[in-house]
Design a protein around this ligand. Structure first.
Ligand SMILES: [Zn+2]
Length: 49
């Protein structure tokens, strides 16, 4: 899959074909969420709880 995904916290655009390893993907409650970095992933999870 090609294109861009957006970090759900800071809205940074991440090219899916380039930054596979730099992108943090997490499945939370059965949904896949994409973040630009571990810090954004943490922020997102904290907001949920
Ligand atoms: Zn981010």
């Amino acid at each position: 899959m090609k294109g861009f995904v957006k970090c759900e916290v800071c809205k940074a655009e991440i090219p899916t074909d380039k930054c596979v390893f730099a992108t943090h993907q997490k499945v939370i409650e059965g949904k896949e969420h994409v973040f630009c970095c571990a810090r954004c992933a943490e922020t997102f999870e904290r907001k949920k709880k």
